[in-house]
Design a protein around this ligand. Structure first.
Ligand SMILES: CC(=O)[C@@H](O)[C@H](O)COP(=O)(O)O
Ligand SMILES: NCC(=O)COP(=O)(O)O
Length: 242
């Protein structure tokens, strides 16, 4: 197995540091360009409803300047849909969002929210945007993604990343089984959330997974080694797993 596994670098937390002082440094676009130089295949940015990190202006600048694909993470709201349709990123990943959460704590309930999600998937898809749904590695949610006509799902790897021992092995099996089921149904499988140098290899080795989106750890690690080294090392670990 040596099919190229794409790396999407999430630059949200460059914006978190910038926003701590309200200025324009460090610049998420500069980080995105550096990540591309270091081997990222795409850039991911989550425009949260509360704008706690990435801003509307960041999305406009990323879309204008990036030579690699932009994956816009967004809640299924009319406001975010309008922004996505204005900028037409390569991809849009619909994520669940709660204003009071610290981070994205679980996957989208695609099964329970079919009627709400269907027009978002359709309108993004009609605009030529590749839609993915950020879901738990759960057969019910994959079936729901299939019914919604989503071409891509991204499995939330947070439970895997935070588990230890047998619980982690069990989460890994859930993700591997879900990736196989998605691929069998013609849905491209991605994964991400909480991935690090220490836990990425087993996920990268799942043959049906086509893309990993990784952010918080890479940006944190960049404090110690620089972003170039941080992205290159992740890229090397992913390549070695294939
Ligand atoms: C959906 C997702 O997993 C990413 O958006 C990532 O979590 C970074 O954003 P937050 O840290 O704000 O959740
Ligand atoms: N969709 C997951 C993502 O973009 C990055 O998540 P994290 O590595 O910041 O936890």
């Amino acid at each position: 197995m040596n099919r190229h596994l794409r790396l999407g670098v999430n630059i949200d937390h460059v914006a978190t540091i910038r926003n701590a002082r309200g200025g324009d440094h460090p610049d998420p676009l500069r980080a995105a360009l550096a990540a591309a130089e270091a081997g990222a295949d795409g850039i991911t940015a989550h425009l949260r409803e509360d704008r706690r990190h990435i801003t509307d202006e960041d999305i406009a600048r990323l879309e204008d300047s990036l030579a690699i694909p932009l994956n816009l993470e967004m809640a299924a709201t009319e406001e975010m849909l309008a922004i996505a349709l204005r900028h037409r990123p390569h991809a849009a990943c619909i994520v669940p969002e709660r204003r009071e959460e610290r981070t994205t704590e679980g996957g989208l309930d695609a099964a329970g929210q079919h009627a709400h999600l269907a027009p978002f998937v359709a309108r993004l898809g009609d605009a030529g945007i590749r839609v993915s749904l950020f879901i738990e590695p759960d057969p019910r949610q994959i079936e729901a993604a299939l019914k919604l006509g989503a071409p891509v799902v991204e499995f939330h790897t947070g439970a895997y990343a935070h588990a230890e021992g047998e619980a982690r092995a069990q989460e890994l099996r859930r993700i591997a089984d879900a990736a196989a089921l998605a691929a069998k149904n013609g849905i491209e499988a991605h994964a991400g959330h909480g991935l690090t140098f220490a836990n990425v290899t087993a996920i990268a080795a799942i043959p049906q997974i086509a893309e990993l989106n990784i952010g918080h750890f890479l940006i944190g690690e960049a404090i110690f080694t620089g972003l170039d080294e941080s992205v290159r090392r992740m890229r090397a670990l992913m390549d070695a797993a294939r």
